[in-house]
Design a protein. Sequence first.
Length: 443
Amino acid sequence: MKKDQTFYIPILCLIFLAGLIAMRYLPPINIMGYELKTIDMFSDVENEVPTVEENLPIVAIKPQNKIQCPEGQICIEDYSEDQNYFGNLFHHLQNISLEKDKVRIAFFGDSFIEGDILSGDFRNLLQDKFGGSGVGWVPIASEVAQFRQTIKENFKGFKNFDAVHNPKEKVPYPPFGICTIPLTGNEASFYGTNFSSRTEYIPGFRLFYQTPNTLKIKVETDKETQEVKAEAGTLMNIVEVNYHPAKNVNLSFSTSPNTYLYGVSFEGSSGVYIDNFSLRGNSGLSLLSSSDEMHKALNKIQDYKLVILQYGINAVNEKTKDLSWYTRMMNKVVAEVKEAYPQAAILLVGVGDRSRKINGQYKTMPTIKLMIDAQRSVAAENKIAFWNMYEAMGGENSMVNYVKSKPPKANLDYTHLNFLGGKEIGSSLYKSLLFEYERYKNN
């Protein structure tokens, strides 16, 4: 008997309907330079996403604009009382060649700068201007080891903890929230890259650690092998290891209970060194998970002249209506940084653009502007500096432009920059800081 074909009609209809629904989530499609209109069968019945003004009442602080900013440049907003907030940083930069000094910058952030995106180019430009070689701080066992372009790494035999994903673990977290335990048979190998002339070779390093017993470190390069002993110490300690700059270096560590590795800082002679302290999923609040003593221990070692705080993307979503909790907590974070790093200026970098689908088209998430207002208010209240990365990207819907750029400058999640976009924003941040530096020298 011939099977009734009408049996398949409802099934085919369901498959077709599911396909139409799925198409509303596809990114825009370009064919030979023409963008096809996104198919969204529900766009006419969906409610329009309310604007910030309609649904997100907030008293915004007027952007500070006391100086004439060069055309096409986003100037740093200085909310300090004397309007000379970066004086100590600039003094050390100006005298760096005379004093043979190392000027250190801590760049705390989230996944937006993961893999040294943005910060790598910012570092490279500053080192071009003021000297320095090496990428600064690197985790012992990084989850973005192969993704990063400024240094490569392979590793085995380590157990990682971080303050965002393992907040209840009883480990002594450092300010940057990453802690590594060496296991039997551990090994970490680091390799230079062609990102710039300063990253081809790996200079000597300083190991950050805590251990109740002597820690033995085997150091192998393509030129030599040595064994180093790091003395027992609480909180955070360092041991410095020197060797001829090499294209790769292999490290292995002895194991003992309560030994914690906090990372290595690869650095050459005098110049500028920027530590990329990115931590995925971090809203900035993990800085409070470290003790006051640990913050002060890090500052005693590093003596930072500038602390950059780049956060915000993990504290907002399309339903966010109130960020008063965030400003309260960030006020605590800034207070902690001020107390622990009293000689450092603090630069709060505003959140970049982020897009979501609104009626079938990607547009700036309305809550992004709310976050920028919140971050600027934190800077003003604490009399620190603020830089508007959202405007540096181009403002409203700039993330869409970054994704559609040829070649693309951002990822298809419409949230994160890629290395090309990071290079552009890193250069913008450098120009903004250098503009302030030149004003300092001329006054």
